[in-house]
Design a protein around this ligand. Structure first.
Ligand code: GLC
Ligand code: GLC
Length: 650
């Protein structure tokens, strides 16, 4: 949009830019800056307009964008241009992701590069490497307590190794996803150190208070994220003699985005990693970016404005780079991280689908899809040019973030139902084979989340111990079923590194005092390469899971109806054990798939009328993509095997 005031400011800024910047040939930079400047200026003004140094800060922001553009390698600039033309590239069904720890999967970045064939064998072409930046070893929060945003932990290698990996991935048509921890730093970060030494400039990077007066007011409305391992939201720092806001661990200091210098530093960091070859950046804990007294300090409007600014700035310098929002919040809030009232994403193009993840776990425990169907029905419509990251497990706990209204509509009492789920997954519920642990139990509120590996949570660990072949079958079927849904739902599926070989809970973390209190580590085990080898040995658990997932991945990539073109329709089938939805390729409606997931341990039937009225089964035949077999219609019923996800085509 052309708006006089902002364009005259842009002209002034361009004149004031450092001469070495002004003299360079920056055609694409200037056109993108021109296109985005109105938005950048308005957002920056909304947040920081009241400051006397507003213009100086604007100049500093634009200089940062220009500087990082100048450094951007020609190959990356070329990819930016290609992606601008092919802007829907990330909605394709061809992408299948995996999240892994560099050191736990391979020793270091070079080892990771050497092990790419394993990922390619499975069909993975989007690689999220968990954070690798320098952190204090004893207080790292698994990489999310960063001491230096520009330095790779030497245990993993160097920045050059990241660049080399990025180049290798590009050659293999694989995407690289890296984290940017935007909400906080380690208490050993240089900014925190300087703040401690009394430097006011850096104290203003954080939220520091002389006494408890303000912290106490904040505490009245702020929930606790880690009530057991890190209670409260503020920590006393003896050296500084002040309280500091620490929403996560006591050693993670929350950044103060009321200070524009913090935003500019973070944009610089984002662009730095974009320039090292990341295709996608995962922005950690974005719901927490803005703190406001009297609020829960999550999902504030200003947090969205900050993300819009980050996106607009990234589009000026590195427009081919996408953002993933890690916002594990209420269903009605998550989709706002794409940006509201827009067609293409204004904030993050991709968001973790924590709602679907939690709903899938509900279906596992209840063995029906009542809440799953209800939750999907209520799932807010997302933007056209944005997509979900669909996952079953990740490195964190499973939060039971359902909407209470949906829980009631599914026929449960919300508090009792959550209690049941926790009891089920921690194996306390009679007959439950799950081996999870409660995480973040809050005695004050009764809330809890769940830790554990996929395989152990679906009963594989218990079944292997008792050598119960039928129970082993059920656990494997459940693993495949859950992946069948995330691979067909619409969005980018994100697998977790041990899950394709049935990695069980790991208890190694208990021996490490810096990890023992945080049971999320039970699902962050060292990848067992001996176990992985068994994927080639017919009949092993590893082979059964790996080969089933591998096949589903191949089929997903071939099936154009699985691209995310907002082309999913939920079918009301009146059978609570089933989740049924169709996916239709909008460019050729003959390419369509009916996904039927049965969460029950018993075979189910689906009235063929329900399918006919939705245009399927005309003529009578359908086949399952996975087995290639025709499905039977007898007595006007379609039979569905226990714990299965069928992908049916005409
Ligand atoms: C990515 C993908 C490719 C896509 C391209 C657009 O590098 O590999 O499939 O078309 O981006 O630039
Ligand atoms: C994110 C990470 C989690 C971490 C937290 C604080 O939620 O996924 O592992 O503890 O942010 O950085």
């Amino acid at each position: 949009m052309y708006e006089q005031a902002s364009h005259s400011l842009l002209n002034e800024i361009l004149i004031e830019l450092k001469p070495e910047i002004g003299n360079l040939r920056l055609r694409h930079f200037y056109t993108r800056l021109g296109a985005n400047f109105y938005a950048i200026h308005s957002l920056f003004h909304l947040l920081y307009g009241g400051r006397s140094d507003f213009k100086e800060q604007m100049v500093s922001l634009i200089e940062t964008l220009a500087q990082r553009y100048i450094e951007r390698a020609p190959a990356l600039r070329k990819s930016d241009l290609a992606r601008e033309k092919d802007y829907n590239w990330f909605l394709s069904q061809k992408w299948v992701g995996m999240a892994l720890y560099c050191d736990r999967f391979a020793d270091d970045l070079k080892g990771l590069r050497a092990n790419l064939p394993y990922l390619q064998e499975l069909g993975i072409n989007m690689l999220h490497i968990m954070p690798m930046l320098d952190c204090p070893p004893e207080h790292s929060d698994g990489g999310y307590a960063v001491r230096d945003f520009y330095r790779i932990d030497p245990r993993f290698g160097t920045t050059e190794d990241v660049e080399a990996l990025a180049a290798t991935l590009k050659k293999r048509d694989m995407l690289l996803v890296l984290d940017v921890v935007v909400n906080h730093t380690s208490n050993e970060h240089e900014w925190a150190q300087r703040a401690r030494q009394g430097d006011k400039k850096y104290q203003d990077y954080f939220f520091v208070f002389d006494d408890r007066e303000t912290p106490d007011i904040f505490e009245e409305t702020m929930p606790e994220i880690f009530p057991l391992i890190a209670p409260g939201n503020f920590t006393w720092d003896a050296e500084m003699g002040k309280w500091v806001m620490t929403v996560f661990h006591s050693y993670q200091w929350d950044l103060n985005y009321r200070n524009p210098a913090v935003l500019i530093e973070m944009i610089d960091i984002i662009l730095y990693w974009a320039n090292q070859g990341a295709d996608i950046l995962r922005l950690d804990a974005v719901a927490f970016l803005w703190k406001k007294m009297g609020s829960v300090c999550q999902n504030e409007r200003e947090a969205h404005l900050l993300l819009q600014l980050m996106k607009d700035c990234c589009q000026v310098t590195a427009p081919g780079v996408l953002f993933i929002a890690e916002a594990i919040v209420a269903p009605s809030e998550i989709s706002k991280y794409f940006g509201e009232d827009a067609i293409n994403a204004k904030e993050c193009e991709i968001a973790y689908n924590a709602t679907l993840m939690a709903l899938l776990w509900d279906a596992v425990a209840t063995k029906n899809a009542a809440l799953l169907n209800q939750g999907i029905k209520s799932h807010p419509i997302k933007l056209e040019r944005a997509t979900w990251l669909n996952y079953v497990r990740c490195h964190d706990d499973i939060g039971l973030g359902f909407d209470d209204h949906d829980v009631r509509l599914a026929g449960y009492d919300p508090a009792m139902h959550r209690r049941f789920l926790i009891d089920y997954f921690t194996g306390r519920f009679p007959g439950s084979p799950a081996r999870g642990l409660p995480f973040g139990e809050n005695p004050k509120t009764g809330d809890a989340r769940i830790s554990g590996s996929l395989a152990s949570l679906v009963g594989l660990e218990a079944a292997l111990e008792s050598q119960d072949a039928a129970a082993i079958d059920d656990a494997i079927k459940t693993i495949v079923l859950l992946h069948g849904v995330i691979l067909s739902f619409g969005g980018i599926p994100l697998l977790y590194y041990g899950d394709a070989i049935g990695a069980l809970n790991s208890l190694e973390y208990l021996a490490d005092s810096s990890k023992a209190a945080d049971n999320r580590w039970m699902n962050r085990s060292n990848f067992d390469w001996n176990k992985a080898k068994k994927r080639h040995q017919t009949g092993t658990v590893e082979q059964r899971i790996f080969s089933a997932l591998k096949k589903l991945i191949v089929l997903r990539k071939e099936t154009t109806a699985f691209a995310d073109m907002d082309n999913r329709q939920l079918l009301d089938v009146d059978t609570p054990n089933l989740l049924v939805f169709s996916r239709v390729d909008p460019s050729n409606s003959r390419n369509r798939v009916l996904v039927v997931a049965n969460f029950n341990v018993e075979a189910q039937t689906l009235p063929s009328d329900a399918l006919r009225s939705n245009g399927f089964l005309q003529p009578e035949a359908m086949k399952d993509l996975c087995t290639g077999e025709r499905i039977e219609v007898s007595n006007d019923m379609v039979a569905l095997p226990p714990l299965s996800c069928l992908w049916l085509t005409d």
